[in-house]
Design a protein around this ligand. Structure first.
Ligand code: ZN
Ligand code: ZN
Length: 369
């Protein structure tokens, strides 16, 4: 049947003809997915902006969601993941005046309930009603339907205007850049501070740039050799292969024997947490984004206490989306350097394999929908 036969007619704004069905990546059950024809989502009171997805990139969290490795992500199958995206507004709910059809937008994942104490304090990333659909809480692509689809209905407050000078491909990375910015900010980076970044995945590579943006002096990246090379291109002053036996000694020798002022942890491995304590100077700060597989980890606790090292967790970010966009717009942060591969949406399988197998040095893999 021809696609046009599915057209449900003109939208409420009378500007765009919307197909009643669309292509979406559907994970039928843990570990089993394919692109299917599904109903085009409709807006409601919470998911009150319908967007055409233009670009969506694959996140390191996605394989965990695809395989049902994390409790509650998704709440149930079938499920459409995808949360690093940018697109064009197609239709808005009656209460939405900030956005109009045709607007270019980028997105963040967290939408708080809006009324719990944390949401009222602006910490909607720590919403007390996380995962409670009835409360209105959503985390796009995690607890509610995501952007591996032609269209997505999303809460208006998860969407931001995408500056003209920023492409959709870059726009899809503004949320993860906001996460890296938040990680760096929570490190309390002082002027010309020595900063170590453990882990050179997407967040680590962006954290290097955001640390510099916040005034860091020497940035030391600790990661795999190929990613360290990218980190050096993006501004790391020193790089250390994480496989070296003497990572701690190397950091100490680069910092007059005292350790770094700030460690940004973006690896989430067992060794990285204790290493973070050991390489951070007395009175320093460790800001953490990496989530370990096992909840309980061994760290040198006596050192943490007696050296007054501050450990600060980071849950995605709150309110850093627009700052993230400004840093990319004024070319302080280069997100496009991370995009190593681009595919069309129907090549999803190849794109996914390229990402998980890190084929040809894959870092960020973008899908154009
Ligand atoms: Zn993600
Ligand atoms: Zn809340």
């Amino acid at each position: 049947m021809c696609r046009s036969e599915f057209y449900r007619g003109m939208s409420t704004h009378g500007q765009t003809a919307l197909p009643s069905e669309m292509d979406a990546l559907v994970v039928e059950e843990a570990g089993e997915w394919s692109i299917e024809t599904v109903d085009t989502p409709e807006i409601d009171q919470t998911d009150n902006v319908l967007c055409k997805v233009e670009t969506v990139s694959i996140c390191g969290t996605d394989p965990k969601i695809f395989h049902g490795d994390v409790d509650g992500w998704p709440p149930s199958f079938p499920f459409t993941p995808g949360h690093e995206w940018a697109g064009t507004v197609v239709e808005t709910g009656d209460d939405v005046s900030r956005l109009s059809p045709g607007d270019r937008v980028f997105a963040e994942t967290h939408h708080g309930c809006g009324y719990c104490e944390n949401c009222r304090n602006g910490k909607y990333n720590l919403c007390e009603n996380y995962g409670d659909f009835d409360s209105g809480h959503r985390q796009i692509g995690h607890t509610s339907s995501g952007a591996y689809a032609e269209y997505i209905a999303a809460p208006a407050d998860t969407l931001y205007h995408l500056p003209e000078s920023i492409s959709f491909t870059e726009g899809a990375l503004l949320d993860v850049n906001a996460i890296a910015l938040y990680l760096a900010e929570r490190g309390n980076i002082g002027p010309a501070a020595n900063v170590a970044v453990i882990g050179t995945g997407t967040v680590g590579l962006l954290a290097i740039q955001n640390a510099k943006a916040l005034g860091a002096g020497n940035v030391i990246a600790i990661g795999s050799e190929d990613r360290n090379a990218v980190g050096a291109d993006l501004g790391a002053d020193h790089t250390i292969p994480y496989t070296d036996d003497d990572v701690v000694e190397q950091v100490l020798s680069l910092t007059d024997g005292v350790g770094v002022d700030v460690t940004l942890e973006a690896a989430g491995t067992s060794s990285s947490f204790s290493q973070a304590v050991t390489i951070t100077r007395k009175g320093g700060t460790v800001s953490l984004d990496g989530i370990p597989k096992n909840n309980h980890q061994e760290i040198p606790m006596a050192d943490l206490v007696t050296e007054e090292i501050e450990f600060r967790g980071c849950r995605a970010h709150a309110n850093r989306a627009e700052a993230s966009a400004r840093l990319v717009e004024n070319e302080t942060v280069d997100v496009s350097a991370l995009v190593t591969h681009e595919f069309s949406f129907d090549e999803f399988e190849t794109a996914y394999e390229t990402f998980v197998e890190r084929r040809d040095g894959a870092i960020k893999v973008a899908l154009h929908v």
